[in-house]
Design a protein around this ligand. Structure first.
Ligand code: PEP
Ligand code: MG
Length: 605
């Protein structure tokens, strides 16, 4: 999308409205000027819509249909569970069913829709919020905890409201979305409606939400405390995704300046996107660096290819869950893998097996994990629910016939997981062949993103065909700093000495064995970090489509020898602050042609 398209005509500062600037963290580049749309909720995200008189009756009917659907689901769950589990399970669902059938709850929802002329989602939120507040005030602990049932039932009706019917996020078209937190699945829903930008309270640079935002070219900022109390739907705002700023009620001169600025930047970016790809990229001293794209759709990769990508270095297969709103069947997976492999052609695609957590597979009422990032996710989940892994491996084996597909196993902590997956892969290959199906040859790689895998890298190199260095998770786990948690964003330090040492030892081990390592975390797409990666020995980088042009420029503008000298100096640094300072000094003094003064020093973007 050409960022010029997102610039709206300056809106006048309303009478008496004072311009307010809020500091935020830029997580996706660009500037957007428009009106806020507040998104509420943590599970499903929704907002208030004021209805025309004629829309009230259809909205009531929509609510009733959703309640009926939710009732049918609960009856099914109760009958399925009864007989198998005789303790609390059916009891909980039975009480949910009773709650849903309670006509007074339904009439309260309907009263809000008719009285306030609002959408069903908002009516449910108002009613459930008031019930939850009442219950939470009760002294008796047992009764007090009933608020959870109200929340669960509301959530079920909200889900049913959107089951099959068109997305209620349609009103997001041309709006700036403000939310406490946005889920990747919400972004996928928003994609059809092309919002202008995103503002959130929570979420890190490497969270999937912002990885997607960058892929979609939506400016985004995060870290704005109490965002939903500071803004309301309809507020005029400028989102500055370069400098990490939000300007509420912008004054006329601010609007003018930003509009001109955004147009100039968009022209610059547009020009660089249009540059003809110069084939393989080489450093000033002649070393070839291979550049790949992190792509999840054939159209995304086609664009990346025009910008010089030499294959797909990371296909996050779990994004299919968002597209299919659940577990995709073997044939749905086969079609998706075949399509992406065809788009990648002889350059090939590295498809990562599902990197999902247990909560994405289970019933929404299943017990939540306390530490999902350390829980049953990625390869652990695949080995715990082998049928899911087998289905995926079958789809991959079939899709690789005549195509170049490699598979990547996420979150391995040592050799055992790789051996286990390879055994299952071999078994599925034999079964398919015995049935006369065509299968291809899959090379198997491991993601290095857990600290123990760094220690076991020599053995992992022996057991695999190649490695992928997932710096997003590696930093999170090495430094014990949740990548999705804004509160610890200050501890998530890409240039921490422990991170650099780990990267170096992975690259050294693979180089020694002449195996390839693709660096595919966000670090690989950040112009500021790329010289450091090259200096540490990286020769293959995979990134978001919008990083390709900038990274190619950096690679071709520096000498590997100089990058190596820089990282050699960093070896002796004891603190992350020291490293950050050395790198920014070097950038300012030696590579100023690549990092012009307006480029924010130490920017991750
Ligand atoms: C990583 O962890 O660096 C990575 C590439 O994978 P993801 O961001 O999907 O966890
Ligand atoms: Mg990862």
């Amino acid at each position: 999308m050409n960022p010029l398209e997102i610039i709206k005509l300056p809106a006048p500062n309303e009478e008496g409205a004072v311009e307010v600037r809020l500091k935020a963290r830029a997580v996706s580049r660009g500037v957007a000027i428009g009106k806020i749309l507040c998104l509420h909720g943590t599970n499903r995200q929704f907002y208030r819509i004021d209805l025309e008189d004629s829309a009230v009756e259809p909205e009531i009917k929509r609510l009733r249909r959703a309640i009926n659907l939710a009732k049918r689901q609960l009856v099914k769950i109760v009958s399925r569970k009864t007989g198998r589990i005789s303790t609390s399970g059916p009891g909980i669902f039975e009480s949910h069913r009773m709650l849903i059938e309670d006509s007074s709850l339904q009439s309260k929802f309907e009263k809000e829709i008719t009285g306030q002329k609002i959408n069903a989602e908002w009516a449910i939120k108002l009613v459930s919020d008031s019930y939850v507040a009442l219950y939470k005030a009760i002294e008796n602990e047992h009764l007090r905890d009933r608020y959870i049932d109200i929340e669960d039932v509301s959530e079920r009706i909200l889900t049913a409201l959107n089951g099959g019917s068109s997305s209620q996020i349609a009103a997001a078209n041309g709006a700036i979305i403000a939310a406490r937190e946005l889920k990747p699945s919400t972004l996928v829903e928003l994609a059809d409606d092309n919002p202008l930008a995103l503002i959130t309270e929570n979420g890190g640079w490497t969270s999937h939400t912002f990885i997607l935002a960058r892929e979609m070219n939506w400016p985004a900022v995060t870290g704005v405390k109490k965002i939903l109390r500071r803004v309301k739907t309809g507020d005029h705002v400028i989102v500055d995704g370069y400098n990490g700023q939000i300007i509420l009620n912008p004054a006329a001169e601010t609007l003018e300046r930003y509009s001109a600025d955004a147009a100039a930047r968009s022209h610059g970016e547009h020009m660089s996107e249009g540059d003809p790809p110069a084939g393989p990229v080489t450093t000033l001293d002649g070393r070839e660096i291979r550049i790949f794209a992190n792509s999840d759709t054939p159209s995304g990769y086609n664009k990346a290819k025009r910008l010089g990508a030499q294959g797909i270095g990371l296909y996050r297969s779990e994004f299919l869950f968002n597209r299919f709103r659940g577990f995709p069947s073997e044939s749905e997976q086969f079609d998706a893998y075949q399509a992406i492999a065809r788009a990648a052609g002889k350059e090939g695609v590295k498809i990562r097996t599902f990197d999902l957590g247990a909560e994405q597979l289970s019933d929404q009422n299943a017990a939540k994990e306390k530490n999902p990032a350390l829980g049953l996710r990625a390869v652990r989940l695949g080995l715990a629910y082998k049928n899911l892994l087998r289905t995926q491996l079958r789809a991959l084996l079939r899709a690789s016939y005549g195509q170049r597909i490699d598979i990547v196993i996420p979150m391995v902590s040592g050799v055992s997981e790789v051996v286990a997956v390879k055994q299952i892969l071999e078994h599925e290959r034999q079964q398919l062949t015995a049935k006369g199906k065509n299968v291809g040859t899959l090379r198997v790689g491991a993601m290095i993103e857990v600290p123990s895998a760094v220690f076991m890298v020599k053995e992992l190199v022996e057991e695999t065909d190649f490695l992928c260095l997932g710096t997003n998770d590696l930093i999170q786990y090495l430094l014990a700093a949740d990548r999705d948690n804004e509160a610890v964003a200050g501890w998530f330090r890409t240039l921490h000495p422990a991170v650099l040492r780990s990267i170096r030892s992975v690259l050294d081990a693979a180089n020694k064995a002449s195996k390839s390592v693709i660096v595919c975390g966000e670090m690989a797409g950040s112009p500021y970090y790329v010289p450091v990666l090259l200096g540490l020995g990286a020769t293959e980088l995979s990134m978001n489509v919008h990083s390709l042009s900038n990274v190619r420029k950096i690679v071709s503008g520096i000498a590997l020898e100089e990058a190596g000298e820089l990282t050699e100096r960093l070896r002796h640094s004891r603190t992350v602050e020291e490293i950050e300072e050395t790198v920014s000094d070097h950038v300012r003094t030696h590579w100023v042609h690549l990092f012009p003064p307006e480029f924010p020093i130490a920017s991750e973007l």
